[in-house]
Ligand binder design. Structure first.
Ligand code: AMP
Ligand code: GLY
Length: 418
């Protein structure tokens, strides 16, 4: 089967890596891709947001499956365009992707499906936001209603900062603060059958100790030694299946990847947010542990036959990924700097540790930075301690001027703490 992957991040590199290991995949294509993906797939300079262009490329290539990675093309209806061309597509319709594209829509679906989440108000004026902030008290949580690449959320004890963020957005969701550790649980679904993957934890803040601004994610690990074994079954029953059932009931079935961002609070599991696609960087660690060949699973979701699929097989190993970010990220990043040491990682750390590219591009013989999150160094090991050691050994070989990364990814979890 020929597979076309849409996107250009470390998530797409991880997807391409897993697909390249699947014996059923005869050719791998990616648009637009990056310098790392170019080693596994043929790249095509097609605009990921242009559904017609993506569908035309898939037809021209004779693709048997298109996998849409990022949220923006999904919300823009790229999966609809591919399906209209008669090609199986992994990824929800534009209507269904509103579960991620609008926080207010997601809250409405959760209310209808009885899914536990933070109490919230949708506000369109500064006065409404102020009333809602007063009602909940500190810490304040203010979310831009639309897509914001993980940066539209402000959590603060500072009332003025909370009001300021609300005033800067057209429509915001103000909600109660959820305490407790966060878990990302992904599920693959064809709109009816829901297949949960293994849970992971993501590190959203830029600096060690969960300090600094929110980012798109600075690292992740899986499994979660501290989590209750029943967590996945509980979330399937109380969150994932009811949400998928409600979307079907509304006539906008959700097929593709449903990502539940959860808080494990003292009062039970609560949904923080839904995403309509594989999360980044959690995908890097979840796919590192998946033993079932990926293409067949994604195709079964795309063509509605997930119920017939054998149970997924998982490695007992742990996986850790550490994101290397450009100077000044998550502010406007500096780009165009050369990245060295990638060959050393390949020569000395593979296959246990490897580099997944995000914001990179080729410049002559060099690989240079081209975005905020530049690379995701992923490693597996017998346990989190070994996986961390391998990941950080590889990170230390890589040089990018001004780059930064967190040094505490999976540190607490390696000793069994949350
Ligand atoms: P979101 O884009 O909704 O995932 O929010 C980004 C991050 O903000 C989450 O991963 C949490 O760390 C934090 N956050 C969002 N909503 C809440 C909440 N209600 N209570 C506490 N923290 C939150
Ligand atoms: N890991 C956060 C996200 O993908 O949105």
């Amino acid at each position: 089967m020929k597979v076309l992957v849409i996107g250009s991040g470390a998530r797409e590199h991880a997807l391409c890596r897993a697909l390249s290991l699947d014996p059923h995949v005869t050719a791998l294509h990616c648009a637009p891709g990056n310098a790392g993906i170019a080693q596994l797939a043929e790249l095509h300079p097609v605009d990921a947001l242009d559904g017609k262009a993506v569908a035309a490329l898939a037809e021209e290539l004779g693709a048997g499956l298109v996998v849409v990675g990022p949220e923006a093309p999904l919300v823009a209806g790229v999966a609809d365009a591919v399906r209209e061309a008669g090609i199986p597509c992994f990824g929800p319709s534009g209507q269904a992707a509103r579960l991620e594209g609008s926080k207010a829509f997601a809250k409405d679906v959760m209310a209808a499906a009885g899914v536990p989440t933070a109490r919230s108000y949708v506000c369109t004026t500064p006065e409404e936001a102020e009333t809602a902030l007063d009602a909940f008290g500190a810490p304040y949580v203010v979310k831009d209603d639309g897509l914001a690449a993980g940066k539209g959320v402000v959590v603060t004890d500072d009332l003025e900062a909370a009001k300021g963020h609300a005033a800067a957005c057209e429509r915001v969701v103000v909600e109660e603060f959820l305490d407790g550790p966060e878990v990302s649980l992904f599920a693959i679904t064809d709109g009816e059958t829901v297949l949960p993957l293994q849970p992971a934890q993501d590190f959203k803040r830029a600096l060690n100790g969960d300090e600094g601004p929110n980012t798109g994610g600075m690292g992740a690990y899986s499994p979660l030694p501290w989590a209750e074994p029943k967590l996945v079954d509980e979330v399937l029953a109380t969150v994932l299946q009811p949400t998928v059932d409600e979307m079907r009931r509304r006539g906008t079935p959700f097929s593709g990847l449903l990502y539940a961002g959860l808080a494990i609070t003292s009062r039970g599991v609560r949904v923080i947010e839904f995403n309509a696609r594989f999360g980044d960087p959690e995908t890097q660690v979840v796919l590192a542990r998946l033993k079932t060949p990926l293409a067949g699973v994604l195709l079964a979701a795309a063509d509605g036959t997930l119920a017939d699929l054998a149970p997924l097989r998982w490695s007992e190993e742990a996986a850790v990924t550490v994101v290397l970010a450009s100077h000044n990220y998550p502010g406007a990043p500096r780009t165009g700097d050369p990245i060295t040491g990638l060959d050393e990682v390949e020569a000395q750390d593979a296959p246990h540790a490897y580099v997944l590219h995000a914001g990179t591009r080729r410049d002559g013989d060099a690989v240079v930075s081209a975005g905020g999150r530049v690379l995701s160094v992923t490693a597996t090991g017998e346990d989190l301690t070994q996986a961390r050691d391998r990941a950080y050994t590889a990170v230390a070989r890589i040089h990018l001027d001004g780059a930064h990364h967190r040094t505490d990814i999976a540190l607490k979890a390696a000793s069994g703490e949350q």
